[in-house]
Write a protein that binds this ligand. Structure first.
Ligand code: SF4
Length: 269
């Protein structure tokens, strides 16, 4: 049994108070703006117990060794539509084949494609990497993005998303993992779990979820909560056939509660 998995005998302490159910019914009866105070309050209310239960299960997860911001940028481009293992293989191959990012920028395209083949979509990712490296050089006079550490967060995010192939998720990963700045990345696992649990509304897009999650989760917990949601998505809450019987989040999960008979629900989705 997964540590921290739901215990049917667990007392209702920590569950949503009964009186809240009626409030949620009222609030959720009609569609509401996902960034309205009511929707954000509901997300924040769920965040506390959900984060605590995930920490109980997974602790503070280990992240791969810290990369420099520019390394993180290239690594996130490689990570698109592939596994962490293949991303890392391609990244290591790139570093082994070229002595510097300047050399990657100036290399024949085919050489870069060959080096990053393990990441898949090499024909798309290689020109994207070279284009980004060229743009940084043209704009900054050198291959360095450390200036983003000193920009206001939204300016840094805007600059990153102005690069071809860098969307809100990739920008948030670079800001959080490369610079330790308070940006919350929403990948496919985080998006799926956030909607199922009800941290965000069921129709909120991944793109819009970034801003909402940043208002729900305290900044000091962005990294751990992001990684624990991903871990839970990989281990338990799969896209198909989530293992709900092993999941300690049942009491807080809109998707699970909606599948229970009304009388058995602890929270109304
Ligand atoms: S859908 Fe199931 S596995 Fe996923 S969070 Fe809800 S209860 Fe857990």
């Amino acid at each position: 049994m997964i540590p921290g998995a739901a215990d049917p005998a667990r007392p209702a302490a920590g569950r949503f108070a009964a009186g809240r159910l009626a409030q949620y019914n009222d609030r959720m009866a009609t569609p509401i703006d996902p960034q309205s105070p009511a929707a954000l309050a509901r997300g924040r209310e769920k965040y506390g117990p959900v984060a605590a239960l995930l920490r109980e299960m997974y602790g503070v997860p280990e992240w791969r060794p810290h990369l420099s911001p520019l390394d993180e940028l290239v690594s996130t481009i490689l990570s698109q539509s592939t596994s962490d293992t293949n991303r890392d293989k391609a990244f290591d191959a790139l570093k082994a084949r070229f002595p510097s990012w300047e050399a990657v920028r100036d290399a024949p395209l085919d050489d870069v494609i060959a080096a990053i083949r393990p990441a898949g979509l090499a024909n798309q990712k290689a020109p994207r990497i070279q284009e980004v490296l060229q743009r940084i050089t043209a704009e900054r006079g050198e291959l360095n993005i450390d200036f983003l550490a000193d920009l206001p967060l939204e300016d840094a995010r805007r600059w990153l998303t102005s690069l071809n192939g860098i969307g809100p998720k990739t920008a948030a990963i670079i800001l959080l993992f490369g610079f330790g700045r308070p940006a919350f990345p929403v990948d496919t696992h985080v998006h799926r779990l956030s909607r199922r649990i009800g941290l965000i509304g069921p129709k909120v897009s991944a793109e819009k979820a970034h801003a909402i999650m940043e208002q729900i989760v305290p900044p000091e917990d962005y990294l751990v909560f992001h990684l624990n949601l991903i871990w839970h998505g990989r281990q338990v809450c799969h896209a198909r056939n989530p293992k709900c019987s092993l999941c300690p989040l049942q009491d807080y999960c809109d998707d699970f509660q909606a599948r229970l008979p009304r009388a058995a629900r602890t929270v109304e989705p």
